[in-house]
Design a protein around this ligand. Sequence first.
Ligand code: AVI
Length: 325
Amino acid sequence: MMAAQTYAALRYEATETGSPFARDVISGLIARPKRLPPKYFYDEAGAQLFEEITALPEYYPTRCELAILRERAADIARFFPEGSALVEFGSGSSRKVRILLEAAPTIAAYVPVDISSEMLSQEAETLRRDHPQLAVLPVEADFTQPFILPAEVAGSARTGFFPGSTIGNFEPHEACAFLRHAGRMLGGGASLIIGVDLVKDASILHAAYNDAAGVTARFNLNLLARINRELDGDFDLASFSHKAFYNSVRQRIEMHLVSKQRQKVKVAGRVIEFRVGETIHTENSYKYTLEMFGALARGSGWTPVSVWTDAGGNFSIYALVNQLP
Ligand code: AVI
């Protein structure tokens, strides 16, 4: 076993050199247990695979959230005051926001915030064409960190939109930090419309993250392919397998990549050793009860004023109002 001091030195060195991606990958792979941050799933291939996941018969969250948005669009539209700006955190494809834009002509500006400039400019272009009255003002940024809102919306009322239960991919303390940060970005009295996946029968959850077509497995393994492409890695994808299960104590789906054999892998000039069966923990997807999410929101400076669920009670959309000045 590596001496604590050597391990600490490795960690230190890894975080001092290279790109943020290289630093996060190396420090995650020398950690015990090994882990990789889920935000790195979404390179071009990963974003494409995620789009495929959203259309899978087993992956209920997207279908359920779209159903709520369509059914409750008029109720949700009340949270967009005349002349307001809609700020979407992590916009990706614009399928969901289009429903709100149709239902709430009171929205004067749309501010999609995303780390992927390519996706942002593509979606902005088609939205401008379809909504010529709307000011589309994309911001290329990591939405979990403070960013500058466009000057055009400085004096406008703002409503946030954070769909997809992406909040479930944060640890509960990170979810709380995100909600506080969103409150600061949107301002006192602002609203936030947020999608939250709900606790349910473990067999439904299991199927959603272990689809029969193997798309989620390819999505998970693409992280290793990305490391090979971008960090000069030599992961043999065939010697790792996808594993996803519901951890009922922590109320979360855990995704892992399991090493099928004892092996050494090179990444950014370093050698990482794997035991047989050793895993890299790649994602948590927390599921909430309505009570738990309500408490998390209240503890993070927001008051839940409305919540809508689909007919099966699988997914929820909350309207929160910022308590802070
Ligand atoms: C983006 N996020 C909410 C998805 C989820 O369900 O946690 C990511 C995902 N991972 C596997 N399938 C989908």
